[in-house]
Design a protein around this ligand. Structure first.
Ligand code: OAD
Length: 243
């Protein structure tokens, strides 16, 4: 059987599905991925800017990068891959979409159960009080809270822990899943990359959608090679046909 048909059949049978997405699902929306040729910003690697140390050294530079990313994402919209995942949610009894993306495009496409593991680009947090607010960066960088302390992007940086409740919920969903659908992630950043392994070790069939092999390909029962904006709509159409 064609791998896409076989993957669709597994999804059509599933009562519980967990999806893990990464930057690749937003690539066709025009949002650059982190790794690869477009992953650099003014000669800085994301790994150099997305750290507490970088923020301590030069908060304005780090904010400038996030303001640029906010501007990029504001000019982009969800693509057919995002819409297909929102449609899939309506077909499955127990469904959770776990994303490493901070661009908010899944919600804009209509996905309802979204666990944002790495935070949200359009939120900021007070470095003193920890309070979170919706935020779009303006001219004055770095921005400050009313209390006088600096605001920081509400993003999980390298070396920082993820929100405990969010990651725990993601692992519970993985554990209960019949199918784990992984799309557009290089699978190199833990603990997100552990989610498909966890799902597989608890009997889930893993489906990978990516133009290239990744370290997660080894656990994938079905590897669908191609862009998520093309593969996911075909996959979900096929699931709908079989339900
Ligand atoms: P990466 O940039 O590491 O990987 C993007 C993946 O998407 C690669 O495997 C590509 O082959 C694949 N890809 C590219 N175009 C695609 C397309 N059109 N359709 C499907 N797949 C495509 O992004 P992530 O895996 O998301 O963390 O990176 C993980 C984390 O590292 C990010 O959340 C971010 C970064 O540092 C934080 O900011 C905390």
């Amino acid at each position: 059987m064609d791998p896409l048909d076989a993957a669709a059949a597994a999804l059509a049978r599933a009562r519980s599905v967990v999806v893990l997405t990464g930057a690749g699902v937003s690539a066709e929306s025009g949002v650059p991925t982190f790794r690869g040729p477009d992953g650099l910003w003014k000669n800085h690697r994301p790994e150099e800017l997305a750290t507490p140390q970088a923020f301590q050294q030069d908060p304005a530079l780090v904010w400038e990068w996030y303001r640029w990313r906010q501007q990029v994402v504001s000019g982009c919209g969800p693509n057919p891959g995002h819409y297909a995942l929102a449609a899939l949610e309506e077909l499955i009894e127990h469904f959770a979409l776990v994303t490493q993306n901070v661009d908010g495009l899944h919600r804009r496409a209509g996905s309802r159960t979204v666990l944002e593991l790495h935070g949200n680009l359009f939120q900021a947090r007070c470095t003193r009080e920890g309070t979170v607010r919706d935020f779009t960066a303006g001219d004055a960088l770095p921005p400050h809270c009313e209390c006088g302390a600096m605001l920081r992007p509400h993003i999980v940086w390298f070396g920082e822990p993820l929100d405990r409740l969010t990651i725990e919920e993601a692992f519970v969903c993985a554990q209960n899943a019949d199918v784990c659908l992984v799309a557009g992630t290089s699978g190199v950043v833990a603990p997100a990359s552990m989610i498909p392994m966890h799902a597989a070790s608890h009997r889930a069939a893993v489906i990978e959608v990516n133009p290239h092999d990744t370290p997660l390909t080894g656990v994938a029962r079905y590897a669908l090679r191609g862009n998520s904006g093309e593969v996911l709509p075909r996959l979900v159409d096929e699931v709908r046909r079989r339900r």
